[in-house]
Design a protein around this ligand. Structure first.
Ligand SMILES: *[C@@H]1O[C@H](CO)[C@@H](O)[C@H](O)[C@H]1NC(C)=O
Ligand SMILES: *[C@@H]1O[C@H](CO)[C@@H](O)[C@H](O)[C@H]1NC(C)=O
Ligand SMILES: *[C@@H]1O[C@H](CO)[C@@H](O)[C@H](O)[C@H]1NC(C)=O
Ligand SMILES: *[C@@H]1O[C@H](CO)[C@@H](O)[C@H](O)[C@H]1NC(C)=O
Ligand SMILES: *[C@@H]1O[C@H](CO)[C@@H](O)[C@H](O)[C@H]1NC(C)=O
Ligand SMILES: *[C@@H]1O[C@H](CO)[C@@H](O)[C@H](O)[C@H]1NC(C)=O
Ligand SMILES: *[C@@H]1O[C@H](CO)[C@@H](O)[C@H](O)[C@H]1NC(C)=O
Ligand SMILES: *[C@@H]1O[C@H](CO)[C@@H](O)[C@H](O)[C@H]1NC(C)=O
Ligand SMILES: *[C@@H]1O[C@H](CO)[C@@H](O)[C@H](O)[C@H]1NC(C)=O
Ligand SMILES: *[C@@H]1O[C@H](CO)[C@@H](O)[C@H](O)[C@H]1NC(C)=O
Ligand SMILES: *[C@@H]1O[C@H](CO)[C@@H](O)[C@H](O)[C@H]1NC(C)=O
Ligand SMILES: *[C@@H]1O[C@H](CO)[C@@H](O)[C@H](O)[C@H]1NC(C)=O
Length: 497
């Protein structure tokens, strides 16, 4: 929800600029043409949808439901989210809507193809057709939408490849194309998206290798390429993604070793490389990733021992190394990972005793060590782990999330959130008061991290900060579960499901 609010604020702010600069001051006849275009489309949708649009009568569309106009009485926004509209977009004369900056028809029952004449909306900044039944290919004509900042087509039935022509959309901040059936390789023109903040091509059938041009996306905060069929190695150029917070390449067919350059990504909170064919040992350079909260390298072919440098990851809360070919012993220095809540090392070839020190990991609530060559008894110190609720693969709902809250705020703020915590605990337990308190606190937290204007859309920082606050709630019933936290930081299936 916060995401949408942020992005909409962003779009509205931009659209007012566009309204100022728009050269299409609307004459009555122009307004009539715009109204006609909408009425023609209304006539093409099904009965029920026409009922939804019953305010669409006459020739003054600015008053109609879902329609907003600019100061020149020209239609600037169409916003018909979740209105159960059923029909195609084929009869929509987009070319009449010269001033349209925002088109949101998401979460409806639209079907048929995405019409190529959408490309005529040259002022368009925000396009959201997600969650519909649109099919066919992404028309290459969308490359004409050169003002576009947000392009969200996810959850449709789109097929074919990602047109390389989209590389002309160099103002794009967000591109989301999750659609199950997109094929071919990721076009190299992706390197042109120099303003991209979020790229989500997850859950498709994309093949080929990851283009090294990805390294040009300097502002990228979130990259989701998980659940595709990508092959080859992880390009060294990922080391250029200096603002990346979430990097998920999970569940592909990536091979070779994890490049040293990943160690340059010091902004990372969440690194998901699980479910690939990655080989060699875990690179020591990962020890540089001091903000890392989730490290998921499970279900690969990693070998060698778990390097000492891993224990430098002070913020690490989730560590998934299971189903590899890791050997050697479990380091006693693992005790340095004082924030660790979830540790999966099962299905490797680890040997030696389980170190006594594991009992000092006070936040640990899930531990999985089975299917290794470990010897000796289970240390009695494990009995000291009062949070430890599961040795099993089951993701536990009752883990203590308080320490996660503290870690996360510390990562976001770059310092211990002590003052904030005491403020929180002194605020009344009434949820109305606390949420107001959170509103104020969230602003304090974010002001330190988000440097406008570019990082305005740092969705993940905002939503994870909200999660962190929820973890610190005095009422435990308001706490999110460990599983929800994991999902928020990965937006993919849990590595265990
Ligand atoms: C539109 O008009 C309102 C009031 O008439 C004014 O406050 C606003 O600044 C105008 N916006 C633009 C983009 O010109
Ligand atoms: C809905 O459409 C059908 C034909 O498709 C028509 O017979 C019927 O009268 C329409 N109902 C309404 C309420 O317009
Ligand atoms: C697009 O619309 C969907 C459904 O209304 C919404 O959940 C999503 O946040 C929107 N995408 C963007 C980028 O605003
Ligand atoms: C993907 O394509 C296959 C075959 O072309 C089809 O059966 C399936 O329904 C499609 N899936 C989606 C979600 O569109
Ligand atoms: C998706 O498209 C494929 C191929 O065009 C078709 O077979 C399938 O039924 C469609 N699925 C949905 C959910 O529309
Ligand atoms: C990528 O950007 C370059 C320079 O800005 C431009 O010449 C090229 O046409 C763009 N590529 C595509 C596919 O639009
Ligand atoms: C990315 O796509 C997945 C589906 O694969 C979706 O669940 C998720 O909400 C998307 N995330 C963003 C930030 O668009
Ligand atoms: C990495 O960034 C540098 C400096 O911004 C740039 O010169 C170089 O081309 C980038 N490398 C790749 C592979 O994108
Ligand atoms: C990135 O990593 C490589 C290899 O580890 C290293 O040589 C290089 O200096 C790093 N670059 C930056 C900017 O940190
Ligand atoms: C696992 O690693 C050992 C060396 O530590 C190697 O001999 C063995 O072949 C590896 N097994 C697999 C399945 O990769
Ligand atoms: C937990 O993580 C924070 C944030 O990185 C770090 O400052 C702190 O030292 C860690 N706590 C322990 C016990 O390692
Ligand atoms: C476990 O707790 C007992 C007392 O409750 C203490 O004596 C012992 O040192 C603890 N062991 C470890 C490994 O922390």
């Amino acid at each position: 929800m916060f995401t949408t609010v942020l992005i909409i604020i962003f779009v509205l702010a931009s659209s007012s600029q566009f309204a100022i600069s728009s050269s299409f001051a609307t004459s009555p006849s122009n307004m009539g043409r715009e109204a006609e275009a909408l009425l023609e489309w209304k006539a093409s949708v099904d009965n029920h949808s026409q009922f939804q649009l019953s305010s669409w009568v006459g020739n003054v569309p600015c008053q109609w439901v879902g329609i907003s106009c600019n100061n020149f009485s020209s239609i600037s926004q169409i916003n018909l989210i979740g209105s159960a509209l059923k029909g195609t977009l084929h009869t929509f004369s987009f070319s009449c809507l010269h001033s349209l900056v925002s088109l949101d028809l998401s979460n409806n029952l639209l079907f048929g193809t995405i019409p190529s004449h959408l490309g005529s909306l040259s002022e368009l900044i925000y396009l959201n057709l997600s969650v519909n039944h649109l099919s066919g290919r992404i028309p290459s004509e969308l490359c004409q939408l050169t003002s576009l900042r947000i392009l969200d087509l996810q959850e449709n039935n789109i097929t074919g490849s990602i047109p390389h022509q989209l590389g002309s959309l160099n103002l794009l901040n967000l591109l989301s194309l999750y659609s199950k059936n997109l094929t071919s390789s990721i076009p190299v023109s992706i390197g042109n998206f120099s303003n991209l903040i979020i790229l989500n091509l997850s859950e498709n059938k994309l093949s080929g290798s990851i283009p090294h041009q990805l390294g040009k996306l300097n502002f990228l905060n979130e990259l989701y390429l998980y659940n595709n069929c990508l092959i080859g190695s992880i390009p060294k150029s990922v080391g250029n993604l200096s603002n990346i917070i979430i990097l998920s390449l999970a569940n592909n067919k990536l091979s070779e070793s994890i490049p040293q350059e990943v160690g340059n990504l010091t902004s990372l909170w969440s690194l998901h490389l699980l479910g690939n064919f990655l080989t060699s040992s875990i690179p020591a350079c990962l020890g540089n990733l001091g903000n890392l909260i989730i490290l998921a390298l499970s279900e690969n072919k990693l070998s060698g021992s778990i390097c000492n440098e891993i224990v430098m990851l002070r913020s690490l809360t989730f560590l998934y190394l299971h189903e590899n070919n890791l050997s050697g012993s479990i380091l006693t220095s693992i005790v340095n990972l004082g924030n660790l809540s979830v540790l999966y090392l099962n299905d490797n070839t680890l040997s030696g005793p389980i170190p006594q020190e594991i009992g000092k990991l006070g936040s640990l609530c899930e531990l999985s060590l089975y299917s290794n060559n470990l010897s000796g008894p289970i240390p009695t110190s494990v009995g000291n782990l009062t949070n430890l609720l599961a040795y099993t693969m089951e993701v536990n709902e009752k883990c203590d999330v308080y320490s996660f809250g503290v870690v996360t705020l510390e990562v976001i703020m770059g310092k211990h959130p002590g003052d904030l915590i005491s403020l929180l605990s002194s605020s009344s337990s009434s949820s109305a008061t606390t949420s107001t308190a959170h509103g104020i606190l969230l602003k304090d937290v974010l002001d330190q991290r988000l440097e406008p204007p570019r990082n305005q859309a740092t969705r993940i920082v905002v939503s994870v900060a909200k999660f962190a606050f929820a973890c610190l709630e005095t009422n435990p019933q308001s706490h999110p579960t460990m599983q929800q936290i994991f999902r928020e930081l990965s937006i993919e299936r849990s590595p265990l499901s």
